[in-house]
Design a binder for this molecule. Structure first.
Ligand SMILES: C[S@@+](CC[C@H](N)C(=O)[O-])C[C@H]1O[C@@H](n2cnc3c(N)ncnc32)[C@H](O)[C@@H]1O
Ligand SMILES: [Zn+2]
Ligand SMILES: [Zn+2]
Ligand SMILES: [Zn+2]
Ligand SMILES: [Zn+2]
Length: 1009
C-alpha cells in the first residue's frame, strides 16, 4: 500500500512549525541536553506520512488524536540512531511500539527517562527528601548546605545572608617574553552588565524655590545599591526620550532640586506617573577592582569613582580572540594565550581569580517578590499616583528594590575567605564524595579544546566550590532509596553540569531574562575554554540557567508533558498551543531501548517502519562531547547497567568521520551502509526507510545516496525542511545552501530484473517524471506561496532519483558501462536545472548535452570574465567549478588576484582541441552517430566540437570536412550555433554565423543532390 509521504510532504506548514521549535523545544525534549536535536514536528509529520495511506492530508492528521488509530496503533517503529529520542517519543504518542537503538549510553539514559512514566507527586516527594537529606560533612540539610557555599554581604543593607547568584572569574596569562613575568588578566572589556530598567517618573515637575523644571523619578535605577558607586553621564543621563532634562530621585514626597540644590516638594502637572527607560552599565575598574555603575549611554572614557582613574571600558587586554597584550614592564608584548599556556608546567592551568559577584538580597527586594516573579527581571508595580506617594511614600526605599533585590559588587575579603573555606572543605572531604577521576581521553575535540589548555582530567573543568557542591549533591542523590526517582534526580543533576563548570560564559548583554545567566559549555558543539567564566549558584537561588533547581523543574515539566501534550498551530502568524489527547504512558511492552551499535540488531522484533536521523559525517562528535556527562552519570549507574561500566562512551563503533580516530569518510559510509542493510533485514518487506539528513556538501550527500542504494533501497522522494527564515528567496544565492532533507526510501525488489537497462531510456522517463512533478508544484501542490527555487530543485531531484535508484546496478550507458550514482546525479541536476530555468528556455535539441557543455551554453558563453562567486552560482551545485577548468573551458583570471576566471574563446582553445580531433580523425569518417548520448565520451565534450568548428572558421581553416565528420550531431550543432548567435555578450558571433551558413549550404546541397 502506498503511503502519504511517498507522494507529498507538507514542507511549507512543517517549516513554519520547525523554525520556532528550534528556539523553544517542548518540555520533554529539554529534560537533558542532547546535541543537534531535531524538531519534533518534522518527525510527527514523517510518522503520520509513513503510516497513513496515500492522499491523506497530513496536516489535518497532525492535530487529531491517534491513540486508537488502526493505522498507527501497535505498528513497530525502529530508530537505529535514536539520539535524543525524537522518533521514539513521537511514535509512542501515536500508539506505536518502538525499538530505539543508540550506541551512546548517555543518549540511551536520556531517552529512557523521557519515556518512563512517573507519578508526579512521588517525584516531588523524592526531591523534597533530597533537599532535606543531611549532608555528612556539614551535618545540615542538603539545600541549606549548598546555599551556604554561596553567601555574601548585601552592599546596601549589609545583610550577610544574601545569596551569590553568579561569581565572575577571570584567567590571567603570564608574559611570554621570559623576563617580564607579568600576569595579565584576560579581559576583553570591562563591562559586566548592561540593562535598561523602565522606571516611573513625573515629567517636568517645577521647583517651588527656583521655578525651574526637572524629572522627578520615584523608582531608583540602581544595580549596585551604593549611592557613591552610581555615576551619571555628564551629558545625558535622564533616560530614553528625555534628552538633557535634569532629574532627581526620591521615594518620598521630597526631592533635592537638581538646579538649586534645595530639598523641595516638587510640583507635578500630571497626576499619573509615566515610564522611561534608563541605560545602565555595570563596570569593573582595572586599576582598583571596584565595581560601579554608569548611568547614560556608555562613553569611551569613564572615571572610576573609587580611584579616579580614567579608562576606556570597552578596551580590555585582548585585541583579538585568543591574543593578549601584556600590561607588564615589557611594554606591551602581544602573544597568543595558548603560547602563554605552553610556558606553564603541565600540572598548571592559567591562574584564575574572581572579580565580581552578582547577588540577591531578600531584604532589599521588598515584599513583592513572590516565588513566580522571582525569575523575571523587574516585577510589575501597580499604577502609582502622586497623592499616594505624598501620603505613603513607597513601600521600601531600598535602591535595589527596583532590581528585585539583585546587585553587583566587588569581591571583598570575606568573599575570598568563604571561597578559601570551600577549598579546605573539598580537600578534607573529597575522599568520601563521588566525582570523576578519569583522564580526558585524547580525541578530535578534546585535544584542542581541553588537553592543549592543560585540562587533563574531567574534574579540572570545575572549580573547587563547584566540584564540592556537585559531588555533595550527587552523594545525596545516591542515597535516594527509590531507584526510579533516583534516576530522574540524576538526570537533572547531569543536565545541570552543563552550566556549572568553568567553561560557561557569562552573557553580559540582556539576552536572557537574568541578564547575566551563563551560556552552557555546549553552546557550540565543542569544548572552548573561556577567558572569563561565570560560576553560578549550583543549587539555585532566584535566578540562573540550569541550576540544579532549574533542571529539576525542567525534568518535572518534561514528565508532566508526557500526560499533557500539546502541539503548536500557526494562526495568523501567531503560534498557539493546542492540547492533544495523546499520552506517553508507555509500558515495557511498548518500548524497547537498546544501547549498542546498530550494525547488529539481531535481537530486535520485526519492524513495520524504519524512521531515523543518522549522524552527519563528522558534524557532531557525539561520543567525545557526551563523555563530559558520562563520567559523572557512570558513578551512579555502572552497578545497574553494564553499558556504564567502561570508563568512557564507546568510540570504535561510532558512525562518524573522524581523522583523529582514523575514521575516513569511506569508513563512515561503509558503517552507514551496513546499518541500513541491517535495518532492512530486521524490517518487513514493505517497510519504508525514512530519515532526515543534514545537507551542506554535495559530496557527503552523494555518499549517503550511494550507500542507501547499495544497501538495497531505492529513493522515492526527497523533501527539504529548513530552520532558517521560511522559503527565503535569498537561499538560492547562498553558495553553501544547507537544508535538512527528508528521504523516503523503500526496499528494491531483488532478482526480478538483472538485465541491463539503457541509461538513455531511463533518462527519458526521468525527464517525463520531472516535468509532471514540476507541473504539479506549479499548480499549487505545496500551497499558494511560491516555493524557493532551491526547494523546487530538491523536490524534483528527489523524484528523478526514484527511477535511477529503482534500477540501481543495472543501468549502463551506450558503451555498456555501468552508470555510477555520481554521474546520474549530475545529469539529473542538469535536467532539473533546465526544467526550472524559465529565463532562457533551452532548445530541445540541446537537452541531452554533457554537463560541462550544458553549463557553458546555459551560463557562461556570454561572459569574458566571471568571479569565483558568480561561477559557483552558475554551476549551481551541478558540477564542481574545477571540472570546467580541467576541461579547459575556463582559466584562472589575472584580475582580482586570481579570484576570477576567464572564459576561453574558441580560438584560444584551438591548440588543445586540434590534437584531440586529430586522433579521432585517423580512423572514422563520421565521428559520432546520431545517438546523442554518444557525445558523452571521455574526453570530447559537445562544446569542443562547436568550438573547434568556430575556431577553424575564424582561423580560415577547413570547416566543411569536419561538418561531415560531425554529421551525426548536425541538429545539435545547428541549434547551438543559433543559440550562440542570439545570446547576449557572445563575442564570436561572426564566426559562428560563418559555420552556420556553411551548414545550411551543405544541407541545401545534400537535399538537392
Ligand atoms: C543525529 S543523532 C540523532 C539525533 C536525534 N534524531 C535527535 O533529535 O536527538 C545520531 C545518533 O547516532 C548515534 N550513533 C552513531 N553511531 C552509531 C551506531 N553505530 N549505532 C547506533 N547509534 C549510533 C549517535 O550516538 C547519535 O546519538
Ligand atoms: Zn540588602
Ligand atoms: Zn530649585
Ligand atoms: Zn578604580
Ligand atoms: Zn610582559
Amino acid at each position: 500500500m502506498k503511503s502519504a509521504i511517498e507522494d507529498y510532504f507538507p514542507i511549507v506548514d512543517i517549516n513554519r512549525l520547525a523554525v520556532p521549535e528550534r528556539n523553544a523545544f517542548k518540555p520533554i525534549y529539554t529534560m537533558h541536553k542532547w546535541f543537534a536535536r531535531r524538531s519534533s514536528s518534522v518527525f510527527r509529520a514523517i510518522l503520520l506520512g509513513a503510516l497513513k495511506p496515500a492522499e491523506t492530508d497530513i496536516m489535518k492528521e497532525f492535530y487529531k488524536d491517534h491513540t486508537n488509530d488502526p493505522d498507527t496503533k501497535g505498528k513497530v517503529i525502529l530508530d537505529p540512531f535514536m539520539g535524543g529520542g525524537t522518533t521514539v517519543v513521537e511514535a509512542l504518542r501515536l500508539g506505536c511500539k518502538v525499538v530505539g537503538v543508540d550506541l551512546n549510553p548517555v543518549a540511551w539514559f536520556i531517552v529512557k527517562t523521557e519515556v518512563k512514566s512517573v507519578d508526579l507527586t512521588e517525584l516531588q516527594a523524592a526531591f523534597d527528601r533530597l533537599v532535606s537529606r543531611r549532608v555528612k560533612w556539614s551535618g545540615k540539610p542538603l539545600k541549606q548546605t549548598l546555599l551556604s557555599l554561596y553567601k555574601t554581604e548585601c552592599p546596601e543593607c549589609s545583610n550577610k545572608d544574601a545569596d551569590i547568584l553568579y561569581t565572575f572569574w577571570v584567567k590571567s596569562a603570564p608574559c611570554t617574553t621570559g623576563n617580564c613575568n607579568y600576569l595579565t588578566p584576560l579581559f576583553s572589556d570591562y563591562i559586566i552588565s548592561q540593562k535598561k530598567p523602565s522606571i516611573r517618573y513625573f515629567p517636568n515637575c517645577s521647583c517651588p524655590k527656583c521655578k525651574r523644571t526637572f524629572d522627578w523619578e520615584i523608582d531608583s535605577a540602581s544595580l549596585v545599591g551604593v549611592q557613591k558607586l552610581m555615576v551619571n553621564s555628564p551629558g545625558f543621563s535622564a533616560g530614553e526620550g528625555r534628552s538633557n532634562t535634569r532629574w532627581a530621585y526620591s521615594s518620598n514626597n521630597k526631592a533635592e532640586c537638581p538646579w538649586c540644590g534645595e530639598i523641595v516638594i516638587p510640583v507635578s502637572k500630571s497626576h499619573k506617573a509615566k515610564r522611561k527607560k534608563v541605560p545602565l552599565s555595570v563596570l569593573y575598574c582595572p586599576a582598583c577592582e571596584e565595581v560601579w555603575q554608569y548611568r547614560g549611554e556608555l562613553a569611551d572614557n569613564v572615571q572610576c569613582p573609587s580611584c579616579s582613574r580614567h579608562y576606556n571600558p570597552i578596551e580590555g587586554n585582548m585585541p583579538e580572540k585568543g591574543k593578549f597584550i601584556c600590561r607588564g614592564s615589557c611594554g606591551g608584548n602581544v602573544d597568543a594565550v595558548i603560547a602563554a599556556i605552553r610556558t606553564l608546567s603541565k600540572d598548571h592551568l592559567l591562574p584564575t581569580r574572581p572579580y565580581v559577584i552578582e547577588g540577591y538580597c531578600e531584604k532589599c527586594a521588598g515584599t513583592k517578590v513572590k516565588e513566580k516573579e522571582k525569575d523575571t527581571d523587574f516585577f510589575e508595580e501597580e499604577e502609582l499616583e502622586v497623592k499616594d506617594l505624598r501620603e505613603n511614600g513607597s513601600s521600601s526605599d531600598a535602591l535595589l528594590k527596583k532590581n528585585s533585590g539583585k546587585f553587583f559588587k566587588r569581591i571583598s575579603s570575606s568573599d575570598q575567605a568563604l571561597y578559601r573555606q570551600t577549598e579546605i572543605l573539598w580537600t578534607d572531604n573529597k575522599s568520601q564524595l563521588p566525582y570523576p577521576l578519569s583522564e580526558v581521553p585524547e580525541g578530535e575535540k578534546t585535544k584542542s579544546g581541553l588537553i592543549a589548555h592543560h585540562y587533563f582530567y574531567w574534574r579540572q573543568m570545575f572549580n573547587c566550590r563547584q566540584i564540592l557542591a556537585l559531588s555533595t549533591l550527587l552523594d545525596a542523590i545516591r542515597e535516594e532509596p527509590d531507584l526510579e526517582q533516583r534516576e530522574f534526580l540524576l538526570l537533572a543533576f547531569s543536565d545541570s553540569l552543563e552550566a556549572n563548570n568553568t567553561f560557561t560564559r557569562t552573557i553580559t548583554r540582556r539576552k536572557t531574562p537574568g541578564g547575566t545567566a551563563p551560556g552552557g559549555v555546549f553552546s557550540r558543539h565543542d569544548f572552548q575554554p573561556k577567558m572569563t567564566y561565570g560560576e553560578q549558584n549550583v543549587f539555585g537561588s532566584i535566578a540562573g540557567r540550569k541550576t540544579f533547581s532549574n533542571c529539576f523543574e525542567k525534568v518535572r515539566e518534561g514528565k508532566d508533558f508526557n500526560l499533557n501534550i500539546y502541539d503548536r498551530l500557526v494562526k495568523d502568524t501567531n503560534l498557539i498551543d493546542v492540547q492533544s489527547l495523546e499520552k506517553i504512558n508507555s509500558t515495557p511492552d511498548d518500548v524497547l531501548l537498546m544501547c549498542q551499535s546498530s550494525a547488529d540488531m539481531s535481537n530486535t522484533p520485526l519492524a513495520d517502519q524504519v524512521i531515523t536521523d543518522p549522524p552527519y559525517a563528522g558534524n557532531v562528535n557525539y561520543s567525545e562531547l557526551s563523555d563530559f556527562f558520562y563520567v559523572w552519570l557512570r558513578l551512579l549507574l555502572k552497578d545497574t547497567y553494564p553499558q556504564f561500566l567502561p570508563e568512557f562512551t564507546p568510540k570504535a563503533d561510532e558512525a562518524i568521520e573522524n581523522k583523529n580516530r582514523g575514521k575516513s569518510s569511506a569508513d563512515y559510509k561503509n558503517l552507514l551502509n551496513q546499518i541500513f542493510k541491517e535495518a532492512s533485514r530486521v524490517s518487513r518487506a514493505d517497510a519504508q526507510l525514512i530519515f532526515t539528513f543534514h545537507h551542506a556538501e554535495d559530496s557527503a550527500w552523494e555518499a549517503l545516496l550511494d550507500s542507501i542504494c547499495e544497501s538495497g533501497y531505492f529513493i522515492e522522494a526527497v523533501y527539504p525542511v529548513h530552520g532558517e527564515a521560511e522559503n527565503s528567496m535569498h537561499l538560492m544565492d547562498n553558495e553553501a545552501i544547507s537544508y535538512d532533507l527528508v528521504h523516503v526510501c523503500r526496499k528494491r525488489e531483488n532478482g526480478t530484473s538483472s538485465s541491463h537497462k539503457a541509461w538513455a531510456t531511463i533518462k527519458h522517463d526521468i525527464r517525463r517524471r520531472a516535468r509532471e512533478e514540476a507541473r504539479l508544484i506549479e499548480s499549487g501542490r505545496y500551497g499558494n506561496e511560491p516555493l524557493a527555487p532551491s526547494d523546487i530543485n530538491i523536490l524534483l531531484i528527489g523524484k528523478c532519483l526514484e527511477l535511477y535508484s529503482k534500477n540501481y546496478g543495472t543501468i549502463v550507458d551506450h558503451e555498456d558501462k555501468p552508470v555510477p550514482l555520481r554521474r546520474a546525479l549530475e545529469e539529473i541536476k542538469m535536467l532539473v536545472d533546465q526544467l526550472v530555468a524559465k529565463d532562457r528556455p533551452f532548445p530541445t535539441e540541446l537537452e541531452d548535452l554533457d554537463v560541462p557543455s550544458y553549463i557553458y551554453f546555459s551560463k557562461l558563453c556570454g561572459y569574458k570574465e566571471i568571479s569565483g562567486d558568480e561561477l559557483s552560482k552558475s554551476t549551481r551545485g551541478i558540477v564542481a567549478p574545477s571540472i570546467l577548468k580541467d576541461y579547459g573551458l575556463i582559466i584562472k583570471g589575472r584580475e582580482n588576484r586570481g579570484r576570477s576566471f576567464e572564459i576561453k574563446l574558441p580560438v584560444e582553445r584551438m591548440n588543445s582541441l586540434k590534437p584531440k580531433f586529430a586522433e579521432k580523425a585517423s580512423n572514422q569518417a563520421q565521428l559520432f552517430d546520431d545517438d546523442t548520448s554518444t557525445i558523452l565520451t571521455n574526453d570530447v565534450l559537445f562544446v569542443d566540437c562547436v568550438h573547434f568548428l568556430i575556431g577553424s572558421a575564424e582561423l580560415g581553416e577547413q570547416v566543411r570536412p569536419w561538418l561531415q565528420r560531425f554529421g551525426g550531431l548536425s541538429p545539435q550543432i545547428h541549434a547551438a550555433l543559433e543559440w550562440l548567435i542570439k545570446y547576449p555578450g557572445v563575442t564570436f558571433k561572426e564566426s559562428a554565423k560563418k559555420v552556420l551558413n556553411l551548414m545550411d549550404e551543405r544541407t541545401l546541397f545534400t537535399t538537392q543532390g
